[in-house]
Design a protein around this ligand. Structure first.
Ligand SMILES: Cc1cc2nc3c(=O)[nH]c(=O)nc-3n(C[C@H](O)[C@H](O)[C@H](O)COP(=O)(O)OP(=O)(O)OC[C@H]3O[C@@H](n4cnc5c(N)ncnc54)[C@H](O)[C@@H]3O)c2cc1C
Length: 420
């Protein structure tokens, strides 16, 4: 049985790696002719770092990333310093580490290979696959071929952001800088690459094409700090806010994950992280079914568990964007309103899933939630933990499956067959 993963962004790479390390035959294709090199989603949340630890790439992330602070200026005046909650790292660095680990398991991303039809037809010929997972981004071909609606709204011009990666001279590179006044201008340095990420919202609705010249001119107009020069742009982009998601994450043997299933404002820094965690939810389930340890129904729990998370993600990121916009318009510079402790994603869980079973009462975390004892888990497998008279069966993705008593049957075989 082969799984075809369509799209080699963070979602597809995480899924490919999780399947490959479990011995599941997997092909990972991407239509792009070369690896993506923009900083794009530049924050890894705590929960993603746990997932990446299990996948064996956390050390690479910690070596390349940093928990930097931001210096906030309101109407050109220094206001205060703000902590970054996520690990700041360019998205392409996350992808590079995942790709390198994937290749250790013998899987190489097949570039220049575009999926054209759900029978596995690609621009390079047909790939025979038993399962297809569309990790192919917001404009997902897989989603369109399935005919699954992408429900929601595309924002109008006020939320257009200019983005890019540039080198910056004349600014302290140990800290990020954000200017709020007539719009928003942010420059975020990275730890191990010379480029900084530029993010600009002009605030007057003007429609500009991103270029080094435009970035510099807007810096001079909006920030006006002399002696700061931008150069050597390696990525230029425009970002428009869309708030959309699918109501079906599975159609037969085809699945949707990451941006292919949900897109939302960047406030809170959740997009890449939610995709990584979608993949981590699906990986062990696909492997269990393909390896004959569980029936097909296990795969239905992917949508049951991840759809409510997508809903929460759309809601919280939209709400936070609104608060940031109001703070910017009011000139108060309350950029911290864009973040909430919940965005670390450690508290997310699946309490309503049929896979979550509370057979006894206890003071510890309920079934469905993330097990707080991550360092003691076997991860790739199930873990059974005993606390006095309570036993806890933890799923391979680190979420609690069952909280039971001494006489309850907590074997994995029973859990995977009788629960559903
Ligand atoms: C300004 C900005 C800031 C952001 N900040 C954050 C942040 O701080 N934290 C965060 O978590 N997220 C952030 N994000 C969001 C994050 O970048 C995305 O959510 C993330 O890239 C989604 O990953 P993905 O793998 O699902 O899709 P993508 O990264 O879009 O990858 C999809 C891949 O599929 C390929 N593909 C498409 N169609 C086909 C096809 N038919 N056949 C084969 N391949 C195909 C594409 O070439 C692409 O490589 C930010 C985004 C932006 C723009």
């Amino acid at each position: 049985m082969t799984v075809l993963v369509v799209g080699a962004g963070p979602t597809g790479l995480t899924l490919g790696l999780d399947l490959a390390r479990r011995g599941v035959p997997v092909r990972v294709i991407d239509k792009a002719p070369a690896y993506f090199s923009g900083s794009r989603g530049k924050g890894l949340q705590d929960r993603s770092l746990e997932v990446l630890a299990d996948l064996g790439v956390r050390d690479e992330m910690l070596a390349e990333g940093q928990h930097s602070r931001s210096r906030l200026y309101v109407n050109r005046e220094f206001s205060r310093e703000v902590d970054a909650t996520a690990l700041i790292i360019p998205q392409w660095k996350v992808e590079e580490a995942l790709r390198d680990k994937l290749s250790v398991h013998g899987v190489k991303v097949e570039l220049d290979t575009e999926l054209l039809a759900l029978d596995g037809t690609t621009s390079q010929g047909r790939i025979d696959a038993d399962y297809i997972v569309g990790c192919d981004g917001g404009r997902s071909t897989v989603r369109k071929l399935l005919g699954v609606p992408f429900e929601g709204v595309s924002a109008d011009g006020e939320h257009v952001m200019l983005l890019g990666d540039v080198e910056v001279s004349g600014l302290d590179s140990s800290i990020a800088h954000m200017w709020i006044g007539q719009g928003f201008y942010a420059l975020t340095p990275f730890r191990t690459v010379p480029q900084w990420q530029v993010q600009i919202v002009t605030g007057d609705g003007s429609r500009l094409e991103p270029s080094l010249e435009v970035f510099q001119r807007l810096f001079d107009e909006m920030v006006g700090q002399p002696g700061v020069t931008l150069s050597n742009a390696t990525w230029l982009s425009t970002y428009r806010v869309n708030v959309r998601m699918v109501r079906k994450f599975r159609v037969g043997n085809v699945f949707l994950a990451g941006d292919a299933a949900h897109v939302h404002p960047p406030a809170g820094g959740l997009g890449m992280n939610t995709g990584i965690q979608d993949a981590y939810n699906l990986g062990w389930k696909l492997a269990a079914v393909i390896n004959g340890e569980a029936g097909d129904k296990l795969l239905d729990t992917y949508e049951l568990e991840r759809l409510p998370i997508a809903e929460w993600t759309l809601d919280t990121s939209s709400e936070r964007l609104q608060l940031i916009t109001e703070a910017v318009q009011a000139g108060t510079g309350g950029i911290e309103t864009g973040r909430k402790p919940e965005h670390a994603q450690l508290g997310l869980g699946y309490p309503d899933s049929p896979l979550s079973r509370n057979l006894v009462r206890w003071d510890g975390p309920a079934a469905g939630f993330r097990a707080p004892w991550q360092e003691s888990l076997r991860h790739q497998d199930f873990t059974l933990l005993t606390f006095d008279d309570v036993r806890v069966l933890v799923r391979p993705d680190g979420h609690i499956g069952v909280v039971g008593g001494p006489s309850d049957d907590l074997t994995v075989a029973t859990y995977l067959t009788d629960t559903l």
